[in-house]
Ligand binder design. Structure first.
Ligand SMILES: [Fe+2]
Ligand SMILES: [Fe+2]
Length: 471
């Protein structure tokens, strides 16, 4: 695939110049996007020089170049992974037939809905995070926040391209709506609940990038399997960018754990109150944040039993993440043992695909937990961080509102209500975390509640001035 031409108004590798109508439509949308970025993107910092990576090709290695950029000048563009020659549909009732280069009429509205729902989360997260820059724990973190933000902006471009290129006038209208809904807006909120919760502190930001961006990864992986080839190629390239967002989450939480362990060692205590007085995040408090963000992200996969996910799979619109790892790609005969509050229930596998996806997501979530727990173990402490039970604090599906502890035990409603504040951050906990959020912008300096990263960005030292504020 040729390198991307950055003199184009909209950088792209989809030959936009050959389709004047599409090019004009996207050039018409572009100022609306920039306007949205100015008003609802990161608050302030628009004049700062940020050390950002920009996609410059879609090759597996060396796909991005790094340099100082003012965010509004970031080159948001349209990049699809290279086509796979003769790609065939890999699952569902049409398995083995050629992948679609156009949208089949009968799936038009369902595909549009899938693309809009994915697209809506991208700008939503930028809106949720817009105030974080003011309380950054370091320039390194500030840069990572902005890197994530500009790339979520690019993911919006990715979905808007599909809407414009393949869905005609409805697609163009949906593209406008993606800029008209806003996170937390009483009248026009974002589509999914998790994306309407503000991310007011950096511990939440690390948890969001760990848990919620990982939901994004699993959604993209399942859409990358789609029979609709342009969607598949778009999502495959988005996944390349997404990996960094989860890196920010995993290393962010890891650095919090590391700093807390240092403070515990220095003070010779595990007492949360003393650790808090010393300005660090005690591990039980971190556990509450993990419980909150994990349970909230689990809801994003939808109900355990879903006829929509069954037909999306059967029709080839949305597969399972890493579909090729499975043996049966049709699932017409398979059954699934579903756990419900009333006991085990056998359901057709096709209807349980949200649950299958949730299970593989949770496995992926375990990786960070193992790493953080190893650090705790090495420091000689017996506490272990855990993922909450997938039945804890669910707001949709079979376990909706069931009084289940983070360990997965069903308790009385009364006990649940009483103990919930032990399990997720209370108002006091949040106020304490907010009190830690003091802005640190001296190159190489870190806030007291988080350890420095092991290395800087792109082989630069940690002390590098990743964001030049005065320019
Ligand atoms: Fe994204
Ligand atoms: Fe992301």
């Amino acid at each position: 695939m040729a390198a991307i031409n950055y003199t184009d108004k909209i950088p792209n590798n989809v030959n936009l110049a050959n389709d004047r109508t599409l090019q004009r439509a996207l050039e018409h949308w572009q100022p609306h996007f920039l306007d949205w970025w100015q008003h609802l993107g990161p608050s302030d910092f628009q004049k700062a020089d940020v050390y950002l990576r920009t996609a410059t090709s879609v090759d597996a290695d060396g796909w991005a170049t790094y340099g100082a950029v003012k965010m509004p000048q970031y080159r948001w563009g349209i990049f699809l992974a290279d086509p796979v020659a003769d790609r065939k549909i890999g699952f569902g009732d049409n398995m083995g037939q050629p992948a679609w280069q156009q949208v089949p009429g009968e799936f038009r509205s369902t595909l549009r809905r899938l693309i809009v729902t994915q697209g809506d989360t991208e700008p939503a997260s930028v809106e949720q995070q817009r105030l974080l820059g003011h309380t950054c724990p370091s320039l390194y973190d500030l840069r990572n926040l902005f890197q994530v933000n500009v790339e979520e902006g690019r993911h919006l471009w990715a979905m808007v391209y599909l809407l414009h290129a393949y869905f005609g006038r409805d697609g163009r209208e949906e593209a406008e709506e993606l800029l008209a809904r806003h996170s937390g807006d009483a009248n026009k909120p974002r589509i999914l609940t998790t994306f309407n919760e503000p991310i007011g502190d950096w511990l939440s930001f690390y948890c969001f990038t760990y848990f919620t961006d990982r939901d994004g990864k699993y959604q993209l992986k399942s859409l990358a399997e789609s029979a609709f080839d342009p969607l598949s190629r778009t999502c495959r390239f988005m996944l390349t960018e997404e990996a960094h967002h989860m890196f920010v989450g995993e290393t962010g939480i890891g650095r919090v754990v590391k700093r807390t362990l240092e403070v515990m060692k220095e003070l010779g205590t595990e007492d949360p109150a003393r650790i808090r007085t010393a300005g660090a995040v005690d591990l039980p408090l971190l556990q509450k944040y993990l419980n909150f963000w994990c349970s909230s992200s689990l809801d994003l996969f939808g109900s355990e039993v879903s006829s929509n996910s069954a037909s999306n799979f059967a029709n080839g619109l949305k597969g399972r993440p890493d579909e090729s790892r499975y043996e049966d790609h049709v699932l017409r005969a398979a059954q699934y043992q579903l756990e419900t509050p009333q006991g085990a229930e056998e359901v057709p596998m096709l209807n349980a695909l949200n649950e299958v996806m949730r299970e593989s997501y949770l496995k992926d979530c375990e990786i960070g937990l193992k790493r953080w727990n190893r650090a705790i173990e090495r420091a000689g402490y017996s506490l272990r961080l855990q993922l909450p039970s997938p039945h804890f604090r669910r707001s949709i599906g079979a376990w909706v509102d069931a009084p289940v502890t983070p360990e997965g035990k069903i308790v009385s409603r009364e006990e649940y209500d009483k103990r919930l504040r032990e399990w997720i951050p209370s108002a006091e906990d949040r106020a304490f975390v907010r009190s830690l959020m003091q802005r640190v912008v001296e190159p190489g300096k870190m806030a007291g509640w988080v350890a420095p990263p092991e290395r800087g960005i792109n082989n630069l030292p940690v002390e590098y001035e990743y964001v030049k504020l005065s320019s």
